[in-house]
Design a protein around this ligand. Structure first.
Ligand code: PBG
Ligand code: ZN
Length: 327
């Protein structure tokens, strides 16, 4: 009798396949990114990200209600300020655009978790994630002075009502500095989700259109990680854990599934994956051409992130996925 083992036995019926499925995506896994801009009743679609918009605060609130009604537990807010300067004033000012949006959403939809991206690149005139030496055209961000601005930014965001602080600038010591800043301002209960292993990636291109945050010169390779490195991700997460991170993120997701797996194996903290703008844009472009089945491709990809070990997924497909999961 050959073969003894026939794995196909468990694939012969849809209900049986459902019973033995190892990894299942749920709406609870999803976090939806939103881009806040000044103004009123304003919505502008991002050309390279069909279905994603820059939204004024009133529109962000409408969107937050829709997200909540779909059962998605959280949003993450990014901001595009009216003015940019070398001190990233729009990031840490009490009236900063993300602070305004956070306050408005928490007032209108108190049960929706509001995460905030804590970085300076959307607010600096040069588009880098921190302070530069005056006249520096290399983009080598000054680490320790930048930490002070990040602390101020996180405290302003917490004051506005943010539920989770998500620092993304890849500065050394940024989790520790922000933890200390939050604690000394009385926000010891606000968790930090660190963009712990964030790579210098071409997949952020469409986001930089959406957030108007492309560096004016140089690039981010002196602070974001080199795509060739795997073990270094474990060094980064060990540091962030020691500094008090509550959750860890790997970013981008698709080309870094091995990193998601290694990070999950190395820690018992919740791990998130950021299914970034370029990953979204590729799927959208192919789907709009009729070249792929968007629903099946998206659900397969998101399930793949779960299989790789993520607990949470930041994705621009979150609303669509939540709808598809309802059917
Ligand atoms: C800011 C930030 C970026 C993203 C999230 N936070 C861009 C960057 O580092 O240049 C990218 C998200 C995406 O591509 O969807 N530091
Ligand atoms: Zn940044």
């Amino acid at each position: 009798m050959f073969p003894t083992h026939r794995p196909r036995r468990l694939r012969n019926h849809p209900q049986l396949r459902r019973m033995v499925r190892e990894n299942i995506l749920t709406t609870s896994d999803l976090i939806y990114p939103l881009f806040a801009v000044p103004g009123e009743a304003f919505a502008k679609e991002v050309t390279s990200m069909p279905g994603v918009y820059q939204l004024s605060v009133d529109k962000i609130v409408e969107e937050a209600k829709e997200v909540y009604d779909l059962g998605i537990p959280a949003i993450i807010l990014f901001g595009i300020p009216a003015d940019k300067d070398t001190d990233a004033t729009g990031a840490w000012h009490d009236c900063g655009i993300v602070q305004q949006a956070t306050e408005a959403v928490k007032k209108a939809v108190p049960d929706l978790i509001v995460m905030v991206d804590t970085c300076l690149c959307e607010y600096t005139s040069h588009g880098h994630c921190g302070y530069l030496e005056v006249g520096d055209l290399s983009g080598r961000v000054l680490n320790d002075p930048t930490l002070e601005l990040l602390k101020k930014t996180a405290v302003a965001q917490a004051k506005a009502g943010a539920d989770i602080i998500a620092p993304s600038g890849m500065m050394d010591g940024f989790v520790g500095a922000i933890r200390q800043g939050l604690d000394s301002a009385g926000f010891e209960d606000i968790p930090i989700m660190s963009y712990a292993a964030k790579y210098a990636s071409a997949y952020y291109g469409p986001f930089r259109d959406a957030a108007d945050s492309a560096p004016q010169f140089g690039d981010r390779r002196t602070y974001q990680m080199d795509p060739g490195n795997g073990k270094e991700a474990l060094k980064e997460i060990a540091l962030d854990i020691a500094e008090g991170a509550d959750m860890l993120m790997v970013k981008p997701a698709l080309a870094y599934m091995d990193i998601i797996w290694r990070v999950k194996e190395a820690t018992n903290l919740p791990v998130a994956a950021y299914n970034v703008s370029g990953e979204y844009a590729m799927v959208k472009a192919a789907a709009l051409n009729g070249w792929i089945d968007e629903e099946r491709v998206v659900m397969e990809t998101l399930t793949g992130f779960k299989r790789a070990g993520t607990d949470l997924i930041l994705t621009y497909h979150a609303k669509d996925a939540a709808r598809w999961l309802q059917n």
